[in-house]
Unconditional design. Sequence first.
Length: 107
Amino acid sequence: MMNRIKGLKAHQKNGFMIRILEIYNPYPHLKVAEKWIQKFNNELKRVEEPPVVMVVPVYAAFKGREKQLLWIDRLHPNARGYETIAKELEKTGYAPLLKKKFSGLRR
């Protein structure tokens, strides 16, 4: 899928970036959940090609803060959880997109 996206975008004038969110663990008390979520997140990192393709470290941002960041169902993020995800996403930067988009404006 990543190769297909990059292939479609390769000939465009505008820059592009791909951000992939890690999975957080809503069930930190379950060792099996912890094991498979970490395994999945490690596999995501294999497709990373900074600065264009980056994996957003949501897992670490939620670790130990699940009660504060998950909604009443203890599965989905609450407002603070989504804000945390947005902050982590923002940390990956927008430079790759802006650099290509505005490179033609320099004199």
